[in-house]
Ligand binder design. Structure first.
Ligand code: 13P
Ligand code: SF4
Length: 316
């Protein structure tokens, strides 16, 4: 404990001295969230990356998030404490696969989740995150075919919510969210009968439930499908006292901190992203000292990818 608080103090001192801003995703370990200037979802962190005055961003998240920050702010230095922090979802489509898919559907609009590599983003018309995917698709004229990638659960959720029939959906998934089973969910909801249920749209268990969500009911237990920041806002405003949460368990730290009178249980304790958890306080400290592990995106890729990201940022 003493070691951790000493490290935290050092990080806080160093980031001030070096004028570095620390951004952390909602899935980061508690002690990393504690030293961050901003904690949020992918969309919120992209906005912060563009807005902050500091010239150096220490990004506590995974590779595609740091790349997005580097694309939006090419004049800033973006550091990722562990360059191996990847994402199974962003690995689920290659740029060659995307080019082939586009060739099969000439004229279709390519909409890609922020959980993609910079190379993939450079091939997109629009980028989206879990909090604005529905609005991004709604902004595309009805008669345009859409290629939605790479998450099939987010894709089918968006298709259901927009009523869109001409959307082709890539069959990718996040192993953490896809791994939360309907059995896990049923068990937890049964153990807390009055709980509200909040689900991230990357969850495979979203599929049977979204029909009930669209109808406004699910077995008497209120269900909301939301991005991580959307969940945090929702549970704060809700009158309910108990919540079952279907997403990566890192989010529970902020939920519990911000709502001391409420109870939050994970839909599955196993829902941990090993990539997010690769960022430790020690690595944050080392990254601040050395300013190594800089994430860069080649200019020609960044310039193209920025168009898709900026289109998203102006819609939502
Ligand atoms: P959010 O955009 O909801 O924060 O999700 C990012 C992510 O990686 C989900 O697994
Ligand atoms: Fe990627 Fe899933 Fe981890 Fe999010 S939780 S970073 S989608 S592997």
């Amino acid at each position: 404990v003493q070691q951790t608080s000493k490290l935290k103090e050092e990080i806080l001192r160093l980031k001030k001295e070096k004028d570095v801003v620390i951004l952390a995703h909602n899935y980061q370990v508690p002690e990393v969230q504690d030293v961050a200037d901003f904690t949020g979802d992918s969309l919120g962190l992209s906005r912060q990356a563009a807005k902050v005055p500091q010239k150096t961003i220490l990004f506590c998240g995974v590779n595609f998030m740091a790349e997005t920050a580097a694309i939006i702010s090419p004049q800033k230095k973006v550091i990722l404490p562990d360059l191996e922090a990847g994402c199974s979802l962003s690995d689920s489509i290659t740029v060659d696969e995307l080019r082939d898919w586009k060739k099969q559907h000439p004229g279709a609009i390519a909409v890609g989740y922020v959980n993609t590599t910079a190379e993939i983003k450079a091939e997109l018309d629009y980028c989206c995150t879990s909090s604005n995917a529905v609005n991004v698709v709604k902004a595309i004229p009805e008669d345009n075919e859409i290629l939605f990638l790479p998450d099939m659960f987010l894709g089918s959720y968006v298709a259901k919510m927009t009523g869109r029939k001409n959307m082709h959906i890539w069959a990718g998934e996040c192993h953490v969210h896809a791994g939360i089973t309907p059995e896990d969910v049923t068990k937890k909801l049964d153990s807390m009968k009055d709980a509200e249920f909040v689900i991230h749209p990357e969850c495979s268990c979203t599929t049977p439930m979204m029909y009930d969500v669209a109808d406004g009911s699910f077995d008497d237990q209120k269900v909301s499908i939301l991005s991580t920041e959307g969940m945090l806002n929702h549970v704060k405003e809700s009158k309910a006292k108990n919540f079952v949460v279907a997403t990566e368990t890192g989010i529970l730290y902020r939920m519990r901190q911000q709502n001391p009178g409420k109870t939050f249980i994970p839909a599955s304790e196993k829902a941990e992203c090993q990539y997010m958890k690769m960022i430790t306080l020690e690595k944050v400290y080392d990254a601040l000292v050395d300013e190594k592990n800089v994430v860069t995106v080649p200019k020609e890729i960044a310039d193209k990818a920025r168009l898709a990201i900026n289109r998203m940022l102006t819609i939502s």
